[in-house]
Design a protein around this ligand. Structure first.
Ligand code: NDP
Length: 247
């Protein structure tokens, strides 16, 4: 799907929530979704980054986005219920969610993973999207064609030494996607995972500090799949994992 050709207005009239929209892959996805006509809800931790994305969308002539400043580390189920009712009241609905925000945690042997690291990675990478999705599904059900997109990783498909909490969190993400997809087989909601593959972002640099980033695809390069899976072109796809780059 790297060669998916998005048509102008592909996402017109859609409202899409992107987590981790201030940087890396999430930032690029938010910009692209807006470029193709969506109203984008920008959720993230660092407000100045979200404001920069907001300004760029406006400067590029996109529909006015919304900013949701939220640190997933401290957010509770009540935060997500409040967010869901605000979205329900302020927009005509919600048609898509890109669960993109994640933390890497420490890459270390299994025996050395600290309680703190485990809880932090599970809170941001798993608990947040579990409670957020529970709160948002009733609103997504009102959309004629809703897409729930989760972000996995190659270490969430085959476990790898020293990728401990992060790898385990991505297996949980994969499981969550499959459970939701199966339960919603006969509804207007579909759920899929994207594995971006090695992409030039801060997280990748943190994981592979000695790597030459110029050898990697940029977030922009991998956007065709993100557009395809958020658009109605993919309405028959559910319960699957898509790779944004050849494996
Ligand atoms: P980045 O680290 O570049 O961006 C992560 C985003 O998540 C940032 O916007 C960050 O916000 C946000 N975020 C992190 N913690 C929190 C939090 N507690 N609350 C709210 N937002 C938070 O990562 P990538 O763009 O590289 O990764 C995007 C997704 O792709 C992740 O799920 C990652 O696991 C996955 N992935 C990436 C690969 C790659 O090679 N880049 C490969 C495989 C998977 P802020 O900047 O404000 O901290």
């Amino acid at each position: 799907m790297l060669n998916f050709q998005a048509k102008a207005g592909l996402l017109a009239s859609k409202t899409i929530l992107v987590t981790g929209a201030g940087d890396g892959i999430g930032k690029e996805a938010a910009l692209q979704y807006a470029q193709y006509g969506a109203t984008v809800i920008l959720l993230g931790k660092t407000v100045s980054k979200l404001e920069a994305v907001y300004d760029k969308i406006i400067a590029d002539g996109g529909r006015e986005p919304a900013i949701v400043p939220l640190d997933l580390m401290g957010a509770t189920p009540q935060h997500y219920r409040d967010m869901a009712s605000t979205i329900d009241n302020q927009f005509s609905g919600l048609d898509g969610v890109l669960h993109n925000a994640s933390v890497l945690g420490h890459l270390e042997p299994f025996q050395q993973i600290s309680e703190d690291d485990w809880h932090k990675v599970m809170q941001v990478n798993v608990n947040s999207q579990f409670f957020m999705t529970q709160a948002l599904i009733p609103i997504l059900k009102k959309s004629p064609c809703a897409s729930l997109l989760f972000t996995t990783s190659s270490v969430g498909l085959k476990g790898r030494a020293y990728w401990g909490s992060y790898a385990i969190s991505k297996f949980a993400t994969q499981g969550m996607m499959e459970v939701i997809a199966d339960e919603n087989e006969n509804t207007s909601i579909r759920a899929n995972c994207i594995n971006p593959g090695g992409t030039r972002t801060n997280m990748r640099a943190q994981a592979f500090p000695a790597e030459d980033p110029n050898l990697l695809k940029t977030p922009h390069d991998i956007m065709p799949l993100y557009l395809y899976l958020m658009s109605d072109e993919s309405k028959h796809e559910s319960g699957k994992t898509f790779h944004a780059q050849p494996k």
